[in-house]
Design a protein around this ligand. Structure first.
Ligand code: PMV
Length: 333
């Protein structure tokens, strides 16, 4: 049997950063994100899973080349967690293809782990069960729990494996919001997110980290209200506020997690200048130097023109609100 799934990345407006339980990836705070589908470039991650009834081990093929290293271990670990959860035993051949812009610095872990979970759900005949898929995706990458759903998504942290999953707040047709991503670096992070968030939880001043955890539900409520009203100014203000708080948590971590570069700062300044001219565009980052700008369709061209002037910009990716992970009929060979 073979099943193939396609999935997209997502951008958190209320960020996931730290686990109550690292093994199960049960987070310290709930989060809210928007699933992103590329307009200027594809942002697709495709995974085919082919069962291998007589095999004793899984096989992983990335862009046509068999991997036996770090990626293989990560997939095998993720598959093992999904097998334990569902009782599915067969070994599989995992074939993946990523059509993100080369060197975009977008890691795609949310897209890859959600595509793997979606294809796995296809093998066990549970494609309609979004809760199961979100739980399974979470075990590969926390943020992947949200890419199972399209549109505007909330991951309620829960307190156990079964109660920590994402649900859709509004689907991708609710509001034609746009995300312009300024790519300023294609280098892999020195400290991976999973390690960075552990450090923050352990070393960040207690008051700051508990404040960050404590305010998440309020931020989710405020952002949900702005999304419901399709109010870009309110949405943007809350997005930037949450991002500023995340930045403080990163900087107060030991060692400090300073993900920004000069180009990041330049672009943030340019977006703030645009706002002074009445352009509703709002900027923030993830755990990296690239800048995610949220705006509405009528301002996209102006935003792109403005950030193109920044030094050190490598690429600009224009996205709309995307669909969740889904099965497709074209299988990777
Ligand atoms: O999904 P992970 O385990 O790779 O963690 C990434 C988390 C952030 O992207 C930094 C924030 C988020 O909520 O997406």
């Amino acid at each position: 049997m073979i099943k193939t799934a396609l999935s997209h990345p997502n951008k958190a407006l209320v960020i996931y950063w730290g686990n109550e339980n690292d093994m199960l990836r049960i987070p310290t705070r709930s989060s809210l994100s928007i699933t992103l589908q590329g307009i200027s470039h594809p942002l697709d991650y495709i995974v085919s899973l082919r069962t291998m009834p007589s095999s004793k081990r899984d096989k992983v093929i990335i862009d046509g080349i068999e991997d036996k290293g770090e990626i293989y271990s990560h997939f095998v670990h993720h598959l093992a967690a999904m097998r334990r959860y569902t009782g599915f035993k067969e070994k599989v051949e995992v074939t993946t293809r990523k059509s993100f812009p080369v060197g975009s610095g977008l890691a795609g872990s949310a897209a890859s782990a959600s595509a793997l979970a979606e294809a796995f759900a296809g093998l066990i005949g549970k494609t309609a069960d979004t809760r199961l898929k979100s739980i399974m995706a979470r075990r590969g990458s926390g943020s992947a729990s949200r890419s199972v759903l399209g549109g505007f998504v909330i991951w309620q942290k829960g307190n156990s494996n079964d109660s920590s999953y994402a649900e859709q707040l509004f689907n991708e047709h609710h509001w034609d919001l746009r995300n312009v991503i300024a790519i300023v670096s294609s280098n892999p992070k020195k400290i991976k997110s999973i390690e960075g968030m552990k450090l923050s939880k352990k070393t960040c001043p207690e008051q700051l980290y508990s404040g960050f955890v404590g305010v998440a539900d309020r931020h989710i409520k405020q952002i949900s209200t702005a999304l419901s009203a399709r109010d870009i100014a309110k949405l943007g203000a809350f997005y930037e506020k949450e991002n500023y708080l995340f930045r403080q948590v990163c900087l107060k971590t030991i060692p400090p997690l300073d993900y920004w570069t000069k180009a990041t700062n330049d672009i943030l300044d340019k977006v703030s200048d645009l706002r002074n001219e009445g352009i509703t565009a709002y900027a923030g980052t993830d755990a990296g130097p690239n800048v995610h700008i949220f705006t509405v369709p009528k301002h996209v061209e102006r935003v792109i023109r403005t950030i193109q002037e920044a030094e050190e910009i490598l690429d600009i990716i224009h996205c709309r609100v995307g669909e969740g992970s889904r099965l497709i009929e074209e299988h990777l060979t």
